[in-house]
Each structure stands twice: as structure tokens, then as C-alpha cells.
Write a protein that binds this ligand. Structure first.
Ligand code: GLC
Ligand code: CA
Length: 555
């Protein structure tokens, strides 16, 4: 067993725009984060991942970068950044930057040059193609609706953008592009940051002939079509040699479209590429094929089979990252738990138990530790996310795939904006997020769900997360133990064991609103509770699990 600090860490993700506004302009900022470092320390996390804070025209809230070495004006200055970094380190927290290098903003000077002429020195920094039989070069679609190609009048050619047309894809086959990225990464490492979360890194290498791929409901191929391309591993190994080996970093690759076999290469234990990847198969169990716009509820058996496949598949070979939420996903308690007043807290704790007892590095997304819920968006103009807005336009207004009512119900359930409403600090106006006009609606349930209430209540979701995080720090069994699934066929219960030498624990989670019976394996009958989301009941061979009950027993 290869012990590493990043395997023993707990990461917290901040979406800066929505975390804490320090100057009343309605937008979260770096000084707001600095202010709240004590809160993060109290929760117990030891790594902070910041969604992008670089200069950006904000077509995709900072995932469209126009200067990798400057701070977005709305978020503050480079001095504010340095102060925040120091505050993090003073609180024992390492800082991970979001590295968005599959694409830049179309306002990045490289692209401004690139589109000027065919012989511009920056032309080959991006992916340009002529029309094919008078049409687009292939059938790839953008992640945010419509085609992945934009025609540029100036040179009469198309450029590729797997995301919005303001996010042109970089050409990683150009060694100059790679060197620019590596130099920029080294600059941040020299500043003292501790690692990188790599945005859609699985997409950086494209097949040279850009082949068509199967089309989805809007007629275009998924933006994932080029995933795991021919040179991606070679480029990441080069990055390892030229950048990552220069410091003791933590790295996680966001790998949309990654398979288990590919993940073993990205997160290989010989340390030649990344430490771990985000895979998304468990985020697709409630999708309708490749279409996420549905209200379908997951079948727990699918969730178990996906997560177990990853737990067992990477065992001793690579390392998992564990997450229910991030800034691209709706709130987990509304999606996989039950956000009714009766069960919200108990089911949020159940989900946390289920995830935090697995093998891998856990990620907590801001507000998840409070059991924050999806928001009651009432009309399409309350959304800020281009993904949601474009999907509505395309699927309702242009293509009539869904009615307006259907689409609104899908958006309320799945829109990324559910995770982007402001962090709920207290029960004052705007949940204490801002004294100004928030850039996106505040979830009205802030009067009940907020950090202040939860810090005062020893039984809160916050304190439950705090305990889970503490347990992981204390017990190697939770970090390194081998995972084994029990009861794969149960539709209600997710139960598994973890084993390390003679040590063993069992995690039992009732994902349903019903009481269910469970036989407890003999070896745990004399065991002790490590944590439980209800008052503990006596351990016996046949136990009745209460709605959304979860507990962990150590042998
Ligand atoms: C990643 C980010 C997402 C962003 C996209 C384009 O998936 O997590 O928020 O929109 O990449 O950068
Ligand atoms: Ca602000």
C-alpha cells in the first residue's frame, strides 16, 4: 500500500462567485474567501479547490480565460490572491487551482491573433478547418447546445469549440501551446499553489481527421466525442516531467467520457501522469442515455454497480476521487436523497456517510456540508448558466423537443445553477452572502438552512460532515481499506465493508423512505458504532433500518 498525503486529504470546492461577497457588489470574491478560512478549518478540510479566478469575460463564469496570470477584476487583485493563499496555508489548507487549458476565451490574446490571418504566428494555437462539402467539418456538438464549429468571416474557416463559441479549443498538438501552458503552470507553482484540478483534460488530444460520432437528441454528437484521444497520455506525461515533478502537488483530472481502462492510465500509481480523476458514470445513472434533461430517478442498483466497478477496478492500481456534487451538478440531497423538511437532514447525512466511507479522496462542494438544496427557479430568466439557457432555447424554442413546462421542470431538477445559488451563511437578508444585489437568486430556504444555525447545533449536517472528516483523519482503515459490496440486488440498501489487515468496518445506508430489514454479518455483532445519523440502536443480527438511516460499525 502506497501512502500519500493526497490520499489522506479531504478537498473542499469553492465556486468563488457564489461563496462570499466582501464588498457588496453582489459577486463573491477572494477577500470573502479569506474571511471564511476559519470556517473551512473548523469543518476540517485540508485542501481547497477554487473554481477559476483568472481574468475572464465570464461567458462561462471564468471557465473562459483571457489571461491565465491575472485575477478576474470582480474577484479582486493579485495581492488579494496572495493574501488568500497565505491565509489558507496559515490555516493548514493547501490550495488547488482550476486549470482550464482545453480551451481559452476567444478574448485571449492568442485567439485574437489566431483569427487574424492564416499565416499569423498564433494561427496554429487553435483548431481551424475549412468547410467540408460546403458544411461544417464534422458533426460534433458543443456541450452547451448547437454545433462545436463556428465560422469565422475573417479567414473563411471554422474553429472548433467543444464548449461555447467564446471558448475555442487549443491545439495541443502544437508544442508551443504545450510549452505556454507548462510555463504558466510553473509560474503558479512558484507562487506557492499546491496543485491543479484539470478541466476536461480528457479532451485535449483530438484525432487528426476529426471523425463524426453518433448524434444525440439535438442532432449533434456529444462534446465528449474526442475524449481520451491519441496523445493525451503522452501530453500528460510531458506535463508531469516539465511541471508537476517540480513540486509536491495534488492533481485531479476532470475526465468526462473516461472509461475504467483509461482512468488506470491517467491516475496510474507509478506517478507518471495525474494523482486521480473525476469520472462521471455515477452522475449518468439518472440520465436518459446521453440526455441529462429528464426527471428520471436513479435505481440504487445502478448507482451501486457503477461505484463498485470504480472502487474495485482501481484497487491497488490507481486512486478514486469521491464526489456527489460540484458546480456542474444539482444538489445531491434533492437528487439522490430527499429534500422534504422531514428527511432533508437525515438523508443528507446518509449520502455523506455512504460516500465518505469509500476508498478515494473525498470532495465536498460548498454548501453540501449544510445539506443545501436545489432552488425553486420559477422562470427561465432566473437562470444565469449558459448551459441551461441555451438548452432551453434549443430544445424548446428551436426544436420543440420539450414543452416549456417540461423543460422548466428538468432545469429545476438538473440545472447547474442549482449548485450556484449563493452560500447560505446566516438568516439575514440574502443569507448573509452579500449586502448588495446577488448576481443570481438566493435560495429562499436560507432562513432555515444556513451555516450559523448549523454551527450552533451539534446535531447539524455540518457537524456530521465534520465528524466524518475527523474519522478519516484518524483511521487508516477509512483511507486505505479494501472495499467490498454487500447486497448488490437490494433496491433500498447500500452496504459495504472496508478491510485493512485485521481491521474491518461496515457501512449501511438506507436510501429509501421506507423501513427495511437488514441482516448484520456476524463479525460485526460485537462491534462499535463509528457514526450514525439516528440515535444509535442496539446492534443485533436483524436490524430494522429507519428511513434514510445510515451508520458505520467497526469490528
Ligand atoms: C468543465 C467545467 C464546467 C465548464 C466546462 C468548460 O466541465 O467543470 O463548469 O463549463 O468544463 O470549461
Ligand atoms: Ca464582491
Amino acid at each position: 500500500m502506497d501512502k500519500k498525503w493526497w490520499k489522506e486529504s479531504i478537498v473542499y470546492q469553492i465556486y468563488p462567485r457564489s461563496f462570499k461577497d466582501s464588498n457588496g457588489d453582489g459577486i463573491g470574491d477572494l477577500n470573502g474567501i479569506t474571511e471564511k478560512m476559519g470556517y473551512l478549518q473548523e469543518l476540517g478540510i485540508n485542501v481547497l479547490w477554487l473554481s477559476p479566478v483568472y481574468e475572464s469575460p465570464n461567458d462561462d463564469n471564468g471557465y473562459d480565460i483571457s489571461d491565465y496570470q491575472a485575477i478576474m477584476k470582480e474577484f479582486g487583485t493579485m495581492e488579494d490572491f496572495d493574501r488568500m493563499l497565505k491565509a489558507a496555508h496559515d490555516h493548514g489548507i493547501k490550495l488547488v487551482m482550476d486549470l482550464v487549458v482545453n480551451h481559452t476565451s476567444d478574448e485571449h490574446p492568442w485567439f485574437v491573433e489566431s483569427r487574424k490571418s492564416m499565416d499569423n504566428p498564433y494561427r496554429d494555437y487553435y483548431i481551424w478547418r475549412p468547410a467540408k462539402d460546403g458544411k461544417k467539418p464534422n458533426n460534433w456538438g458543443s456541450c452547451f447546445s448547437g454545433p462545436a464549429w463556428e465560422f469565422d468571416e475573417e479567414t473563411q474557416m471554422y474553429y472548433l469549440h467543444l464548449f461555447s463559441k467564446k471558448q475555442p479549443d487549443l491545439n495541443w498538438d502544437n508544442p508551443k501551446v504545450r510549452q505556454e501552458v507548462f510555463d504558466m503552470m510553473n509560474w503558479w507553482l512558484e507562487k506557492g499553489v499546491d496543485g491543479f484540478r484539470m478541466d476536461v483534460i480528457s479532451l485535449i488530444s483530438k484525432e487528426p481527421d476529426l471523425p463524426d460520432a453518433p448524434a444525440g437528441i439535438n442532432g449533434y454528437a456529444s462534446f465528449n466525442a474526442p475524449a481520451n484521444g491519441p496523445h493525451v497520455h503522452e501530453y500528460l506525461q510531458e506535463m508531469r516531467e516539465k511541471v508537476l515533478n517540480n513540486a509536491d502537488t495534488i492533481t485531479v483530472g476532470e475526465c468526462s467520457g473516461v472509461t475504467l481502462e483509461e482512468a488506470k492510465k491517467y491516475a496510474r500509481s507509478d506517478g507518471k501522469e495525474l494523482n486521480m480523476v473525476f469520472q462521471f458514470e455515477h452522475m449518468d445513472v439518472d440520465a436518459d442515455g446521453s440526455n441529462k434533461w429528464t426527471k428520471k430517478k436513479m435505481d440504487l442498483r445502478d448507482m451501486k454497480s457503477v461505484l463498485t466497478k470504480w472502487q474495485k477496478g482501481l484497487e491497488d492500481i490507481a486512486w478514486n476521487s469521491l464526489f456527489w456534487e460540484n458546480h456542474d451538478q444539482p444538489r445531491s440531497v434533492s437528487r439522490f436523497g430527499n429534500d422534504s423538511p422531514e428527511y432533508r437532514e437525515i438523508s443528507a447525512k446518509m449520502l455523506a456517510t455512504c460516500l465518505h466511507m469509500m476508498q478515494g479522496t473525498p470532495y465536498v462542494y460548498q454548501g453540501e456540508e449544510l445539506g443545501m438544496t436545489n432552488a425553486p427557479f420559477a422562470s427561465v430568466d432566473q437562470f444565469r448558466d449558459l448551459d441551461s439557457i441555451n438548452a432551453y432555447r434549443e430544445l424548446v424554442e428551436e426544436q420543440n423537443v420539450f414543452t416549456a413546462e417540461e423543460m422548466m421542470s428538468f432545469l429545476r431538477y438538473k440545472s447547474r445553477d442549482n449548485a450556484r445559488t449563493p452560500f447560505q451563511w446566516d438568516d439575514s437578508e440574502n443569507g448573509g452572502f452579500t449586502t448588495g444585489e446577488p448576481w443570481i437568486m438566493v435560495n429562499p430556504n436560507y432562513t432555515e438552512i444556513n451555516a450559523k444555525n448549523q454551527l450552533e447545533d451539534p446535531d447539524s449536517v455540518f457537524h456530521y460532515y465534520q465528524k466524518l472528516i475527523q474519522l478519516r483523519k484518524e483511521k487508516e482503515l477509512i483511507v486505505y481499506g479494501i472495499y467490498d459490496l454487500l447486497l448488490p440486488e437490494s433496491k433500498e440498501i447500500y452496504a459495504y465493508t472496508r478491510t485493512l489487515g485485521d481491521e474491518k468496518l461496515i457501512t449501511i445506508c438506507n436510501f429509501s423512505e421506507q423501513e427495511v430489514e437488514m441482516e448484520i454479518p456476524e463479525e460485526f455483532l460485537e462491534g462499535n458504532y463509528l457514526i450514525s445519523n439516528y440515535p444509535e440502536q442496539g446492534i443485533c443480527s436483524k436490524m430494522t433500518l429507519r428511513p434514510y438511516e445510515a451508520f458505520v460499525i467497526e469490528k
